[in-house]
Structure formats: structure tokens, C-alpha cells
Design a protein around this ligand. Structure first.
Ligand code: AMP
Ligand code: MG
Length: 347
């Protein structure tokens, strides 16, 4: 684990400005661009000469757009749509890579993470059928119009279509044992996209950048001689619960505040336990800090479902991964790799 410092500090945000002179004598400065991709606002900040950064950022966003198009189950042109709706095998190399990673995580967390959870998300009404690609509220579709509490029988029927073991990897393609199995990359695609964007930025010579896909973040290098300060959002209020300083690290968060509805004071969120069919409620937020955003993304969702005891035990066995969890009674739990580097300010 590279330099990671958690500062237990309530800070709303901070502004970083950098003005440096590059070796070539051109002025390096911090540039920022935002695009709506993968259902969220994505921002890339990068340091370098303006023209070089513009080109690098355009290429990085281009790669993210490509991933968004191909991994989106609501896009009728995507291999995922064809797999889900027409039982067509998947041969796309990027998707094969991510499905294989997803399968490994599913094995390692005893099925708490499972990309075949899609039918349950549909049943609970977390997929509004809005494939406009526009931000929620701007498309004219009510994003939560369908959310409801399903009957037990409906959940059981759905569970019969869920299970990563229904996916068969053979001869360079993925097929399914049961045609009713549907997959969804909502828990892992953003991580993959920011990893890919970071590779492009690096290959374009960028050594300091921050890629933020709706709060899932990858930090390249340092800014002003320090790791990038990344605020961990307070899941139940304004501001942040802490700041992680990250350099060449991903910080990815899963929370119950992203998509949810409430009935009789109980919050039902979009992260579903594939083993029970019900939204997970043992944590309200999980951040994972590690070198690969794709794994951090998958594990943030997995740990959210595993819960604090089992989840923390698992993280402690993984040398490259740290976590910050928030329990339903709003206690903040840190893994030991973070505690060693804990710097508390203002408490
Ligand atoms: P994240 O915000 O990364 O935790 O991803 C949440 C999204 O992943 C949901 O909106 C669903 O599309 C999908 N999802 C929900 N529950 C699971 C699960 N247990 N395993 C894998 N994907 C899930
Ligand atoms: Mg995730």
C-alpha cells in the first residue's frame, strides 16, 4: 500500500491549484474537464501543458465512452444487451476480462458480489428503463417510479435466475446455462473505466491527475508534492467523514444513499444480497482503497453486502486493500493498514 493517510476531519472540499514550470520550459497547470458518462458526472483533473492535457483527457474520456457503450445493459447496441435479451455469447475482450475478474471476486466473497443480480434489481425497480443516457431528472423519466417492495414469491422466482455459476467461460466466449440469466456491470464498470482512463493518461505522459467517476476515484501521482486529498462523503449528511491522501491509488465507495426508497421507515437500497434477494442493510457506506479501481469497485459492493464483521476480516487478509466502513448507527470503522497511518486533526 502506497502512502495513505486518513485525516479524521470534517471538511467540505478543498481547492487545489498548481502552477509549475515543466522541464521543457512550458507552463504546467491544472486543467479540469467534466462529461456525463456511465450515468454520472465524470471529471478529470490533470497537470501539464494545456494542449497536451487536452489531448490526453479527450482520449481518456473517449475510452470511458467506449466502455460505457459496450458495458451498458440498456444500450440495445451493446454485447451485454445481446447477451441478456438474445442469449448471444460474449466475445468482446474487455468484457471477458471484467467478467473473469467479477467471477474471481464472487468466488472470494462466497457470492456476496454477483453480476447476475440484475433480475433482482429490475424486480425491486432500480432500473427505470431509462436508456436516454441523460442525468436523472433531465430525461423526463421518473427514475423511481417503479421502485416497490416485492412479494416473497417474486423474489424466490428471481433467485432461480441469479448465480454467477450460470456463466460458462469456454473457447474465448461467455455463455449462460440458463437463458433467463441477465448480467449487469453497475458494480464494477466504473472502476474498470477509471483504470483504463488512467492507463491512457499515463501513456500520454501525464504524471499527476485525478479521475472522478461520480465519487469513484483514481489518483495518479501527487499534487504539490503530496497525495491527492480525496474526501469520503458523509452518507447521512453534508460534507465528508474524512479525507484520504492517495497517490497511484483508487478510492471507490458504495453507499445506500445513491439509489434507494423508504417504506415504513426502512430504507431499501440498490445493492442487493444475491443470496437472499433483499437489499443489504448491514452497512450504509463502504470505501475501498487499493491499487486497482476495478477490484476496489467490486470489493466495495461485496463488502457492503458482507457486512462489517465478515467484510473487515476479509480486508485484513488482503495486503493491498484497505477500507473505511460506516455502520447503520454511523460508527466509522477503519482497516488496520489505515489505522497505522492515521493522522487525526481537529478532534
Ligand atoms: P456500486 O455502487 O458499485 O456498489 O454498484 C451498485 C450497482 O451494482 C447496482 O446499482 C446494481 O446495478 C449492481 N449490484 C447490486 N447489488 C449487487 C451485488 N450484490 N453484486 C454485484 N452487483 C450488484
Ligand atoms: Mg462497486
Amino acid at each position: 500500500m502506497k502512502k495513505v493517510v486518513v485525516i479524521g476531519l470534517l471538511v467540505i472540499g478543498f481547492v487545489v491549484t498548481a502552477l509549475l514550470i515543466s522541464k521543457a520550459g512550458r507552463r504546467d497547470s491544472l486543467h479540469e474537464q467534466t462529461r456525463f458518462l456511465m450515468g454520472t458526472y465524470c471529471t478529470i483533473q490533470a497537470v501539464g501543458p494545456e494542449e497536451d492535457v487536452k489531448i490526453a483527457v479527450r482520449k481518456a474520456f473517449g475510452r470511458m465512452q467506449e466502455i460505457d457503450d459496450r458495458f451498458n445493459p440498456l444500450n440495445p447496441g451493446s454485447p451485454i444487451y445481446a447477451f441478456n435479451e438474445k442469449n448471444a455469447p460474449i466475445r468482446d475482450r474487455d468484457i471477458l476480462e471484467v467478467v473473469e475478474l467479477a467471477r474471481q471476486v464472487s468466488e472470494e466473497c462466497a457470492g456476496a458480489f454477483d453480476i447476475t443480480v440484475y433480475p433482482l434489481g429490475e424486480l425491486w425497480g432500480f432500473y427505470p428503463g431509462d436508456s436516454s443516457g441523460l442525468p436523472a431528472g433531465e430525461s423526463g423519466v421518473d427514475p423511481w417510479g417503479e421502485a416497490h417492495l416485492p412479494e416473497k414469491k417474486e423474489i424466490d422466482d428471481c433467485l432461480a435466475r441469479v448465480g454467477y455459476k450460470n456463466l460458462v467461460f469456454e473457447d474465448g466466449e461467455i455463455r449462460k446455462l440458463n437463458p433467463d440469466v441477465h448480467i449487469d456491470f453497475g458494480a464494477i464498470a466504473k472502476g474498470y473505466a477509471i483504470d483504463e482512463a488512467s492507463k491512457i493518461l499515463r501513456s500520454e505522459g501525464i504524471t499527476s491527475a485525478l479521475i472522478d467517476a461520480g465519487g469513484d476515484i483514481y489518483a495518479i501521482g501527487e499534487i504539490e508534492g503530496e497525495g491527492w486529498g480525496i474526501g469520503l462523503r458523509n452518507p447521512r449528511g453534508e460534507g465528508v467523514i474524512g479525507v484520504v491522501q492517495a497517490s497511484d491509488l483508487a478510492v471507490v465507495t458504495s453507499g445506500d444513499y445513491e439509489k434507494f426508497f423508504e417504506i415504513d421507515g426502512i430504507r431499501y437500497c440498490h445493492i442487493i444480497d444475491p443470496r437472499t434477494g433483499y437489499p443489504s442493510r448491514s452497512l450504509i457506506s463502504v470505501s475501498v482503497i487499493g491499487p486497482d479501481a476495478v477490484l476496489a469497485d467490486a470489493w466495495a459492493t461485496a463488502l457492503f453486502v458482507m457486512g462489517p464483521e465478515e467484510g473487515m476480516k476479509r480486508v485484513e487478509q488482503m495486503p493491498d486493500m484497505e477500507t473505511v466502513m460506516v455502520t447503520p448507527d454511523e460508527r466509522i470503522l477503519y482497516s488496520s493498514g489505515l489505522k497505522e497511518n492515521l493522522e487525526v486533526i481537529g478532534q
